[in-house]
Design a binder for this molecule. Structure first.
Ligand SMILES: NC(=O)c1ccc[n+]([C@@H]2O[C@H](COP(=O)([O-])OP(=O)(O)OC[C@H]3O[C@@H](n4cnc5c(N)ncnc54)[C@H](OP(=O)(O)O)[C@@H]3O)[C@@H](O)[C@H]2O)c1
Length: 277
């Protein structure tokens, strides 16, 4: 699986939630990201406005990438969007229904990578994972992934099914998943780092951190691309999945693939405090 994966993937979420651009612009951004080398595209059934709009991002990506066999699309199930809220539902019944809808939204017979969006506190984690294992046995999904999980949860899931990927938040503001990224590297599991530049508001704050500017200058890159390069350096199987609502931002983030930070540059970012205030 890993041989075919790019160093940086693309996250589709902001193209379909509140504040999204037109679908025409969204398609152009996705095409620009893929053309820039981000040939792993991450989505979810719930990247939409509310429950009446489920699958918006999956349909958008599918329509943008029609006929491109060089791109892998990863989606997720396990949440709902009642009246626009984000709620958990990783019950086996919901996961099965969600997977069927995602197959239709993506227009495929088999989903390349299906990720449990998050453990559901009201459902036994093992039963959610078993539901994915069953969908895999039926051929509806090729690979199984997890998201928003601890090492303990990954180990429990691996006793039920082969887990090929873990998707957790990782950026200089939020570093609590670094041990999970290290575990994934040791176990040869892909670690998809979400919100790699901090997500919406915090992504805009990155230029405030002086530590990033000289490093960006020495690599002739943006502070965002340097941040993505730092995220990528947190484990040998880390694949950052930045999002963008403009082609310019997507292309800029893709440049992180060719940035290798020195040990000294990594240490300077490690030691810096990234206040979220
Ligand atoms: N599994 C989960 O629970 C979960 C949760 C959150 C996200 N995700 C996934 O991870 C993906 C990325 O996460 P995210 O959207 O939260 O955060 P992100 O990628 O850290 O930040 C996205 C925002 O940063 C800005 N940005 C990105 N690259 C930039 C650049 N090179 N220069 C300037 N600005 C840049 C973009 O602004 P513009 O919009 O102005 O272009 C974009 O809206 C999502 O799309 C989704 O696929 C998963």
């Amino acid at each position: 699986m890993f041989e075919s994966l790019p160093p940086i993937g693309f996250g589709g979420m902001p193209l379909s939630i509140q504040g999204r651009p037109s679908e025409e612009v969204g398609r152009r951004v996705i095409q620009a990201a893929v053309d820039a080398g981000m040939t792993l595209v991450d989505t979810a059934d719930v990247y939409c406005l509310d429950d009446s709009d489920i699958g918006h991002n999956e349909r958008l990506i599918a329509s943008a990438l029609q006929g491109r066999s060089d791109v892998n699309i990863a989606t997720k199930g396990g949440l709902r969007r009642p009246r626009g809220a984000w709620t958990n539902d990783a019950s086996p019944q919901h996961l099965r229904e969600a997977c069927e809808k995602s197959l239709r939204a993506l227009g495929v017979d088999q989903i390349w990578l299906y990720q449990l969006h998050a453990p559901d506190p009201r459902v036994s984690f093992a039963s959610s994972v078993e539901a994915l294992a069953e969908l895999q046995r039926e051929g509806k999904i090729r690979h199984v992934g997890l998201s928003n999980v601890s090492v303990k949860e990954i180990e429990l899931a691996r006793s039920i099914v082969n887990v090929v990927s873990v998707q957790n938040r990782l950026n200089p503001y939020f570093r609590e998943s670094i041990p999970v990224a290290k575990y994934c590297a040791k176990e040869d599991i892909a670690f998809l780092a979400y919100s790699p530049v901090g997500g919406g508001r915090l992504a805009k704050k990155l230029p405030e951190f002086d530590v990033l500017w000289p490093i960006a200058a020495s690599h002739d890159a943006s502070v965002h691309a340097v941040t993505i390069a730092w995220v990528r350096a947190q484990g040998s199987t880390v694949i950052p999945i930045p999002a963008a609502r403009t082609a310019e931002h997507a292309i800029d983030s893709a440049k992180a693939a060719s940035i290798t930070l020195t040990a000294d540059e990594l240490a300077r970012i490690d030691e810096a405090e990234f206040s979220r205030a």
